[in-house]
Design a protein around this ligand. Structure first.
Ligand SMILES: Nc1nc2c(ncn2[C@@H]2O[C@H](COP(=O)(O)OP(=O)(O)OP(=O)(O)O)[C@@H](O)[C@H]2O)c(=O)[nH]1
Length: 382
C-alpha cells in the first residue's frame, strides 16, 4: 500500500505537537535547563514550519517557501544551541546563519522559483547543521556513556538521508498538493522527519538525564569545598584496592593527615582563610602523591590517602608532604600537618583496621608535638 502524503502530514503535525508538549514539561521539570529550553524552541519552530508548508495546498507560495523554510533553519539553529549548551559552549551567531543564507537566496527570483535549487540548498544546510551536531556530540563524549552511540546513529542516519536526497531528489513537481517541498520525494522527507523528530526528542531527554545522573553521582563522591574525593568514595576505592592487593600480594599503605591547630587558624584569620588553607593543602598533597593514589577528605581538617606502595615509599611520601606543607605559605599564613601511616601486606583484615592503625600513628604524631610523621607500630613489635 503506498504511503499517503496527507496522512503523513497529519502524523507529523501530531508528533511535533506531542513532543513539543513533552519537551515543555521536561524543561520546566528540570528547573529550566537551557538544553531542553532550546530543544523546546526547536520543536515549536519545526511545528510552525511544517504547518506553513501545508499551506502550499491552498495555493500559497511565500509562506511555505520563504517563511516555512526560514523557520526550519531557525529550528536547526535552536538544535545547534541545545547541543552547544550541552557542551558548555556559549551560544553565538551560528544558529542564525542558515536562516540568513536562506533569506538572502530567496531575494533572487531564479532561486526562489527553482524547486531543484531550493532542495539542493535545503539539503546542504541540513547536512551542515547535522555535521555540527555530530562534532559537538563527539566533544561531549566524556559526559555521555550510554546515549553517545544511539545519538550518533540517529544523526548519521539524518545526515546520510540528506546526502541521498541531494543526489536522488531531482525536484520533479509532485502531482499531490501539499507535499513538503512540493517534489515527488516529499513522502520520504516527511517520513524521515517524523522519525528524526521522535528520535532527537528522546535522545536529548536521555542525554540530559544521563548528564544529571553522572553529576549527582560525582557530587555524592566529592567533597564540595575542596573537590577531592569524600569518605564514601575512599571506602569504595579501598574495597577495590584491598581485593587487588590481596590477589597480587602487593602492599597497601594508608596515610592519615590532620592539620595542626586548625581551630586557632580559623580564630585568628577567619573561616574564609581556613577554607583557603584546606584548598592549599589539597593542592600540595595532589602534586606529591602518585597519580594512582586515592586522596580524600574525611571531614573537617582530616584527610586520608591510600596507595599501593610499600612502607619506605609511604614514609618518604609522608615526609615530602609534611615539609611541602610547611614551606607552602598561602596568603602568608604558615600551617603544618601531622601524619600517621600504616602499610599492610596481608589483606585478610578489613580495610577499617588499617584506618584504625593509621589513626593510632596519627594520634602519636599529635602527642609527640605535631608537624611530624609517625608509622603504626604493631603491638607484636613493641
Ligand atoms: N575553615 C574551615 N574550618 C573547618 C572546616 N571544617 C572544620 N573546621 C574547623 O576545624 C577545626 C578543628 O579543630 P580541632 O578539632 O579542635 O583541631 P585543631 O584545632 O586542628 O587541633 P589539633 O588537631 O589538635 O592540632 C574546628 O574549629 C572546625 O570549626 C571547614 O570546612 N572550613
Amino acid at each position: 500500500m503506498p504511503l499517503d502524503v496527507y496522512t503523513l502530514y497529519i502524523c507529523e503535525l501530531f508528533v511535533l505537537g506531542f513532543v513539543s508538549i513533552i519537551m515543555v514539561f521536561a524543561w520546566s521539570g528540570t528547573q529550566y535547563d537551557r538544553v531542553l529550553g532550546y530543544s523546546c524552541l526547536s520543536m515549536g519552530l519545526t511545528l510552525l514550519a511544517v504547518f506553513l508548508s501545508s499551506l502550499r495546498s491552498f495555493g500559497f507560495q511565500f509562506l511555505p517557501i520563504f517563511v516555512g523554510n526560514l523557520l526550519l533553519m531557525l529550528a536547526y539553529g535552536m538544535l545547534l544551541n541545545a547541543f552547544r549548551s550541552f557542551c558548555g559552549k556559549p551560544v553565538r551567531y551560528h544558529w542564525v546563519l542558515g536562516a540568513l543564507i536562506w533569506a538572502i537566496l530567496c531575494l533572487f527570483p531564479g532561486f526562489y522559483h527553482s524547486l531543484p535549487q531550493r532542495i539542493f540548498v535545503c539539503c546542504v544546510l541540513c547536512i551542515l547543521y547535522t555535521s555540527a551536531l555530530i562534532i559537538l556530540l563527539v566533544r561531549s563524549r566524556a559526559s555521555l556513556q550510554v546515549t553517545f552511540w544511539p545519538a550518533q546513529f540517529l544523526l548519521w542516519v539524518h545526515l546520510l538521508f540528506h546526502i541521498a536526497r541531494m543526489l536522488i531528489d531531482t525536484g520533479s513537481i509532485s502531482k499531490v498538493h501539499g507535499a513538503i517541498g512540493g517534489s515527488t520525494f516529499s513522502l520520504y522527507v516527511i517520513l524521515e522527519s517524523i522519525l528524526f523528530v521522535i528520535g532527537v526528542t528522546f535522545t536529548i531527554l536521555a542525554m540530559v538525564n544521563e548528564r544529571s545522573q553522572i553529576m549527582y553521582k560525582q557530587a555524592s563522591l566529592r567533597d564540595p569545598l575542596t573537590g577531592v574525593w569524600n569518605r564514601r568514595a575512599l571506602f569504595n576505592q579501598a574495597d577495590k584496592l584491598t581485593l587487588r592487593c590481596s590477589r597480587s600480594a602487593e602492599p597497601l599503605s594508608v596515610i592519615l593527615f590532620d592539620l595542626d591547630h586548625f581551630k586557632s587558624i580559623n580564630d585568628r584569620y577567619g573561616h574564609y582563610q581556613g577554607d583557603r588553607i584546606l584548598l592549599d593543602f589539597c593542592q600540595v598533597v595532589q602534586q606529591i602523591l602518585p597519580a594512582d593514589g586515592h586522596f580524600a577528605r574525611l571531614g573537617g581538617e582530616e584527610f586520608a590517602a591510600i596507595l599501593v606502595v610499600d612502607e619506605p615509599a609511604a614514609a618518604s611520601l609522608s615526609e615530602q608532604i609534611r615539609s611541602a606543607v610547611l614551606a607552602s605559605l598561602p596568603d602568608n599564613v604558615s600551617y603544618s600537618v601531622s601524619i600517621g601511616y600504616t602499610t599492610r601486606w596481608l589483606h585478610q583484615q578489613p580495610f577499617a583496621e588499617s584506618m584504625v592503625a593509621a589513626d593510632e600513628a596519627l594520634y602519636r604524631a599529635k602527642a609527640n608535638g605535631r608537624n611530624r610523621v609517625e608509622a603504626f607500630i604493631s603491638p607484636a613489635l613493641v
